[in-house]
Design a protein around this ligand. Structure first.
Ligand SMILES: Cc1ncc(COP(=O)(O)O)c(C=O)c1O
Length: 369
């Protein structure tokens, strides 16, 4: 029987929290304090505690979190930042916006930066490695940490897709000088609008980041830095505080759905392989298929919507023409040409996923006979 399985539905995803959100909204509304009030402070405390980190600074978006993290490090202009070639374009934009130079490294089999290729890209100008825990899958942090120590580099983690993911016994976001998060509504910990944050254990950096989000000002009308207005919104902080309590449950649900895909999907699809010790939170569950676009159409015709993260490699974006010295990234190109993101939201049921698997298995069977 034909069924409809949407890739995402933010109203359904948030429905279990509506009542608590309403109470939180009422409290903010009646407080009369709408910018950097008790909700932001309290969410920052909760989020830092969840990570066993010392400081959290709430910001307006994940892109701002990356830009301000890099700006706070006060690096010489045009310092190099190493990042995966197939990462989200925001990672690369943040490096350019911070006046630094992105250096792209091909991804490995898991879609994260290929750690065996990082060292050959380190130059005297390299100052930062930016591991992006893509799709909720932690990067190989042991290798990245030892390279950072060997060459005296900062790590700035991008955890936008990996809230609650763990590399062995540590949560992502705790391996770096500063870690950046997005709370864009679709994220595992998503707000009802734009929002972001950084984590750090360095008090000076935390204080500086609080100034940077507020025009560069520690004291009203006195500016120490060229900052911006990037404050986490009080209403969104209230919603995030509610949802943070359910984050482990959300992640667990997504892991159960991922396990169904792993079990039921035809072996001819290239599925995510999660190594021992990597706790993946499946912000996205992707497969690789040579005839991806045809498969997408077939699924759509049968009621299933999918996404592609991402159809175009950052180095091929018009806006970034001329930025990179290396000309070709074939591994990244192949990734973008074949990856397909399947439905895996908090509201999906086990039956929804089984339906998607049935369709995908019928498709691959037909294509190969
Ligand atoms: C890996 C990654 N980095 C950065 C961002 C930027 O976050 P935001 O959309 O909150 O600016 C995103 C989000 O969409 C992302 O997926």
């Amino acid at each position: 029987m034909k069924k409809s399985v949407e890739y995402e539905n933010l109203a359904k995803l948030n429905a279990p929290f509506f009542e608590a959100y309403q109470q939180s909204f009422q409290a903010v509304m009646q407080s009369g304090w709408y910018i950097l009030g008790t909700q932001v402070k309290s969410f920052e405390e909760d989020f830092a505690k969840y990570h066993n980190a010392k400081y959290c600074v709430g910001l307006a978006s994940g892109l701002d979190a990356l830009i301000l993290a890099l700006q706070a490090l006060d690096l010489p202009p045009a310092s190099e930042v190493i990042v995966a070639a197939n990462a989200y374009v925001a990672c690369i934009l943040s490096i350019i916006k911070a006046g630094l130079k992105p250096v792209l490294v091909e991804p490995g089999e898991d879609g994260n930066i290929d750690v065996s290729k990082i060292e050959s890209h380190i130059t005297p100008y390299t100052k930062v490695i930016m591991p992006v825990h893509l799709y909720g899958h932690p990067c190989e942090m042991e290798v990245i940490t030892s390279l950072a120590q060997k060459y005296q580099l900062h790590i700035v983690e991008d955890c936008a897709q990996a809230h609650g993911a763990r590399y062995f016994d540590k949560k992502v976001g705790t391996f770096s000088t500063i870690a950046a998060f997005s709370f864009y509504p679709t994220k595992n910990l998503g707000a009802l609008g734009d929002a972001g944050a950084v984590l750090t254990n360095d008090e000076n950096l935390a204080v500086k980041l609080k100034a940077l989000r507020n025009y560069g000002s520690h004291v009203k009308y006195h500016n120490d830095y060229i900052g911006m207005n990037s404050r986490l919104d009080e209403v969104q902080a209230g919603f995030l505080k509610v949802k943070l309590k359910a984050l482990d449950h959300i992640n667990q649900h997504k892991r159960v759905l991922a396990a169904i895909y792993d079990k039921l999907l035809d072996q001819r699809y290239l599925k995510p392989k999660v190594k021992e010790g990597f706790f993946d939170v499946f912000h996205i569950y992707n497969v690789h298929a040579q005839n991806r676009d045809k498969l997408r159409v077939y699924l759509k015709e049968h009621g299933v919507t999918t996404e592609v993260h991402y159809p175009v490699a950052p180095y091929r974006q018009k806006a970034l023409a001329g930025i990179f010295t290396q000309e070709a990234f074939p591994v990244s190109d192949k990734w973008h040409a074949t990856t397909l993101s399947l439905p895996i939201s908090y509201f999906h049921t086990l039956d929804d996923i089984a339906y998607v698997c049935d369709l995908m298995n019928t498709f691959i069977q037909r294509e190969n006979t």
